[in-house]
Design a protein around this ligand. Structure first.
Ligand code: CTP
Ligand code: MG
Length: 338
């Protein structure tokens, strides 16, 4: 009868992880944007294209960020890049652009020419969508494609990243101006994590044969983009999203070597701070959590993190890991507002 009790306990555990997984999948489903949203985004993009081309016939608009990388949750703002070949400075173009948009009944048009990435912000009353437009940020358009291509390989990446982003927003750790991480950084953390599972769930696309290559600002961006051929890549690994969420937080809470390691999607591995010369503080770059940008490899996406916010972040990772381990209802507690 002890055997029976053990068996029963095992069944209950299995049941728990089953139920937990179903609950995470339900959260994931509820975050996916409905098809109408895509149509509205395209409607706004078409309007912007019309207005921009009147002034600059050669200019092109590209979507980037979460509306184009497949990691956008419902009701996200859209990020647009204006690619233009003119030599006048960005501020002038942005001010001119703001002028044009203002006169076409778009609302809250604002040119932020002094931001780190200068943009024009606006809201379209027709669709209710807000939008940021930047100039010639072609690297962002290319890294958007990389993220989208990774998402096509294994559905668990999108599931995991939605849960992690939702957690980060609920817990207030998705605020770069407060020293926590961008959504882009969190998605890279998820990709890297899935590259590291054994068996691996994602390959390292930049380590494979080049089928796509562009050079942007002297940076060669090259990788294998025929991802339809990789649809079965992760199939030997049977982990579910609940298990992956648990392991993800466990890694960032207790497994990661913050003192010496850099996570690198580019190489599909952990590399050392020393080899990147990220061991010293230079200016405001402290490198307290190191996430290498896949193309702009001198860029540490953790550079926004300071000695205060690193504690906040690590405490949140530990809280999340402990909830996954001990809480009777993780998929509620995990997302409780801070
Ligand atoms: N980006 C970048 N370098 C950064 C931050 C962002 O190149 N340090 C680019 C990436 O192309 C990213 C886009 O800007 O996809 C938007 O960044 P972010 O707002 O962090 O991500 P989103 O995917 O748009 O997330 P959210 O849903 O929170 O808007
Ligand atoms: Mg965005």
């Amino acid at each position: 009868s002890q055997r029976m009790r053990m068996l029963k306990r095992q069944m209950e555990c299995r049941n728990d992880i089953h139920r937990l997984n179903a609950a995470f999948l339900a959260i994931y489903q509820s975050l996916i944007p409905p098809e109408e949203e895509r149509a509205k985004q395209n409607q706004l993009l078409a309007l912007l294209e019309k207005l921009v081309c009147k002034e600059w016939p050669e200019a092109r608009l590209y979507l980037y960020g979460s509306c184009a990388n497949s990691f956008g949750v419902s009701k996200s703002d859209i990020d647009v890049c204006l690619a233009i070949n003119e030599d006048i400075n960005k501020s002038e173009i942005l001010l001119k652009l703001a002028d044009i948009l203002q006169s076409d009944n778009l609302q809250n048009v604002q040119a932020l020419t002094r931001a780190r990435v200068p943009i024009v912000k606006l809201m379209d009353p027709g669709t209710g969508i807000s939008c940021d437009i930047c100039i010639n940020n072609v690297l962002a358009v290319v890294n958007t494609k990389l993220l989208r291509d990774y998402a096509k390989i294994d559905g668990r990446l999108r599931q995991l990243a939605f849960i992690v982003k939702h957690w980060a927003k609920s817990r207030g750790v998705n605020e770069t101006y407060q020293g926590t991480l961008s959504s882009y950084a969190y998605v890279l953390m998820c990709i890297h994590f899935l590259q590291q599972r054994r068996p691996a769930i994602l390959p390292c696309l930049q380590g494979m044969e080049t089928t796509y290559s562009v050079t942007v600002d002297d940076i060669e961006c090259a990788y294998f983009d025929q991802v339809e051929k990789l649809r079965n890549f992760g199939s030997a690994n049977k982990e579910t999203v609940a298990q992956l969420v648990w392991a993800f937080f466990n890694y960032w809470a207790y497994g990661h070597d913050y003192a010496n390691s850099v996570i690198s999607v580019r190489t599909g591995s952990i590399i050392s701070k020393r080899e990147k010369d990220w061991t010293r503080r230079i200016g405001n770059d402290r490198h307290l959590i190191c996430i290498e940008d896949p193309f702009e490899t001198s860029h540490d996406l953790g550079r926004v993190v300071d000695k205060f916010s690193i504690r906040v972040l690590r405490e949140e990772f530990e809280r999340a890991a402990d909830i996954m381990q001990y809480d009777p209802n993780p998929c509620v507690t995990l997302f409780e507002p801070y």
